[in-house]
Design a protein around this ligand. Structure first.
Ligand code: MN
Length: 403
């Protein structure tokens, strides 16, 4: 398909835009060595050359896509390692251009070539209209055999996220297929890897494209409900802030809203109207804790809050003493707020928060220099173990992914 090539907004030429996107990527990894930077530039040059003249459905130069994927890998997954970035930049060259795997092997190394190979081979084998156990098993096997390096899966997730963000330019049937794959496979995978923000965005985008009418309806109701609840939650936060100020702890408080898709799926699952699903307010308290004090500080905050508002015991979740399998750590409590309204309070440190939002990749940041490669290897091993778990049959694995 030939498409016109209008310059993007602001009169920038595409060439300038590509350059800027590459600079932005480099700026996102300030700590890297000269050598790594050179290798990343070589990968960019190779991809830029290979995709030259090709445009995406939206009309922009193709190279902006791998650049965006690399940026997601660094910035949103926190995977600031040169190998991931190089592979993200090269992820479509073997599939979509004349470049052969051998050339990548020669110009980079075996490891990078094998990851790019995995990225080329990993296509979704599932007919998402009927996810039966055989298909689910195939899917899991595929991920296991191809992803000898879990970076394959992570880059694939970043690829899917960028495709979803730019899905508007697709034909409706293709859009539907991509949206349901995203909902059934990629969002649950993101969840399993602890990439919550990405999971929520994937779900909301998939929902938006597959059921636009329902999406709009919930989005509208959510906006109204948030406006109504704003004053209430501000007053609640104010009270807690004053009480915590006396403890000398450093903290900040956010109000939390349910995602559009999570509201929708609860409405369907429990057959409830919007009003009954959107019943709980939620806030998050993030502590700047000293090392070794994290658990104690969180429980101190819990104590202060329980002294003001009555907690509902069966709603207490302690993922600090025993973190979730995907390393999620947090203390959740639901209290009886003013006027009988329940408010969920999440208590965690900034380290826990970063891990909750960015997944286990964020752990990396907290390791001493030199432990990094070991840590990544260990993390990859853990993820592979989870995928391999013989106690779970494939369909259960998928369901668990989807919880
Ligand atoms: Mn791609």
């Amino acid at each position: 398909m030939t498409l016109p090539s209008p310059p993007p907004d602001g009169g920038l030429t595409y060439e300038t835009e590509v350059k800027r996107a590459f600079q932005r990527l480099l700026r996102a990894m300030p700590g890297i060595s000269r050598n790594d930077k050179q290798n990343i530039r070589r990968a960019f040059d190779m991809a830029n050359q290979a995709h030259m003249g090709v445009r995406r459905k939206s009309g922009e130069p193709y190279i902006l896509h791998p650049l965006a994927v690399a940026y997601i890998v660094v910035k949103e997954m926190g995977l600031v390692d040169p190998v991931s970035v190089i592979c993200a930049l090269l992820h479509d060259v073997v599939e979509d251009t004349d470049i052969l795997l051998d050339e990548i092997r020669r110009k980079f190394d075996n490891h990078i070539a094998s990851i790019v190979d995995g990225l080329t081979k990993i296509t979704t084998p599932i007919d998402v209209d009927r996810v039966d156990s055989e298909q689910a098993e195939n899917f899991r096997k595929l991920f296991l055999t191809i992803s000898s390096d879990i970076r394959v899966v992570l880059i694939k997730l970043a690829d899917r996220l960028h495709n979803m963000r730019t899905l508007g330019a697709m034909k409706p049937e293709k859009m539907l297929k991509i949206a349901s794959e995203t909902l059934y496979i990629y969002a649950p995978l993101a969840h399993r890897f602890g990439l919550y923000e990405i999971k929520i965005e994937l779900e909301d985008l998939a929902f938006k494209y597959s059921q636009p009418r329902q999406y709009d309806e919930i989005q509208q109701k959510l906006k109204e409900a948030q406006m109504d609840g704003k004053r209430y939650i501000q007053a609640f936060i104010h009270t807690i802030r004053q009480a915590l100020a006396t403890t000398g702890l450093k903290f900040h408080i956010l109000s939390r809203y349910k995602s559009i898709y999570s509201i929708y799926s609860k409405m369907i699952r429990k057959n409830l109207p919007f009003e009954e699903v959107y019943d709980i307010y939620a806030i998050r308290i993030i502590l700047e804790s000293r090392e070794g004090r994290e658990g104690a500080d969180c429980w101190q905050v819990y104590g202060v809050i329980s002294g003001i508002y009555r907690p509902i015991p069966k709603r207490l979740r302690d993922w600090i003493t025993v973190p979730k399998e995907n390393h999620y750590e947090s203390l959740h409590t639901t209290v009886q707020g003013p006027r009988g309204k329940q408010v969920e309070v999440q208590i965690r440190t900034s380290r826990m928060d970063e891990i909750a939002e960015k997944g286990v990749a964020a752990h990396w940041k907290y390791k001493e220099n030199g432990e990094e490669e070991d840590f990544l290897t260990e993390w990859i091993g853990q993820l592979r173990e989870t995928l391999k778990d013989p106690d779970l049959n494939a369909l259960e694995t998928l369901r668990e992914f989807r919880e």
